[in-house]
Design a protein around this ligand. Structure first.
Ligand SMILES: Cc1cc2nc3c(=O)[nH]c(=O)nc-3n(C[C@H](O)[C@H](O)[C@H](O)COP(=O)(O)OP(=O)(O)OC[C@H]3O[C@@H](n4cnc5c(N)ncnc54)[C@H](O)[C@@H]3O)c2cc1C
Length: 203
């Protein structure tokens, strides 16, 4: 057992990357700031389309083997301001990830396809995909994220009670997920930028 940035009780991290200790000059077609849902996807698509990309991330680089799934250890490591992140008036807590992959590392893994009303709104903003293109792109994202239906045995009592309440007020009961996350998954089942890096590259 080793100690990783103050974190105990996880195996010594496997450092497969070069730690930047001074100024570095890089030349690339595109520089993306932030490796969250938007930045990481954009980087992957650009690299796979033949562009060179520099992706800058403020937070640290952690993989499943660095994680022990305990809130007290994981929140300071992966959440912005250790989870104590608020609006200017300190009234509204704002959950944000701060690590390679951003909140996709700590997400709840809830997945649903873009609702029709969202697609309609985006069309008014100029996104001119046909219905067929929408469905092809959505299917591709679902494949990449390995989205599956949540099975009955994965639901605990809390989940069942929420479902019962949702049904009572007429909400849809279609549950889909892309791995386990929230406290960060030690088995890397949370499909994030750490997993969906561009083909044939490493971070
Ligand atoms: C706890 C939690 C659970 C969630 N669960 C779900 C879910 O189950 N399903 C779902 O669909 N959505 C979920 N979300 C929402 C989803 O994660 C966000 O909508 C999405 O990540 C937003 O993407 P983004 O690229 O705009 O920003 P982010 O993903 O937040 O990415 C921003 C990235 O930029 C980095 N950054 C910021 N400033 C700088 C800087 N100056 N220099 C370098 N890097 C910087 C940050 O560290 C971060 O990695 C969840 C969010 C949280 C916080």
């Amino acid at each position: 057992m080793g100690v990783i940035f103050g974190l105990e009780d996880v195996p010594r991290r496997n450092e497969r990357y070069e730690v930047v200790s001074g100024d570095v000059v890089e030349t690339a077609d595109v520089c993306i700031i932030g490796s969250g849902a938007a930045g990481a996807v954009l980087a992957k698509e650009l690299v796979e389309g033949g562009r060179s990309v520099v992706l800058l991330e403020r937070g640290g680089y952690y993989e499943g083997s660095d994680m022990n799934q305990r809130d007290l250890d994981m929140m300071p490591l992966l959440w912005k301001n250790g989870g104590f992140n608020f609006d200017d008036n300190l009234r509204i807590p704002i959950a944000q990830g701060s690590c390679l992959g951003g909140p996709r590392i700590i997400k709840e893994a809830v997945c649903f396809d873009p609702p029709l009303r969202v697609i309609s709104e985006w069309r008014t903003l100029g996104v001119d995909f046909t219905d067929r293109e929408w469905s092809d792109h959505t299917a591709r994202v679902n494949r990449t994220l390995q989205v599956t239906d949540v099975s009955e045995e994965e639901l605990n009592r809390n989940n069942r009670m929420v479902r019962q309440g949702a049904k009572a007020i007429g909400l849809n009961d279609h549950r889909r997920t892309a791995g386990i996350a929230s406290t960060a998954c030690s088995a890397d089942s949370a499909i994030s930028a750490v997993i969906t890096k561009p083909n044939g590259t490493s971070w």
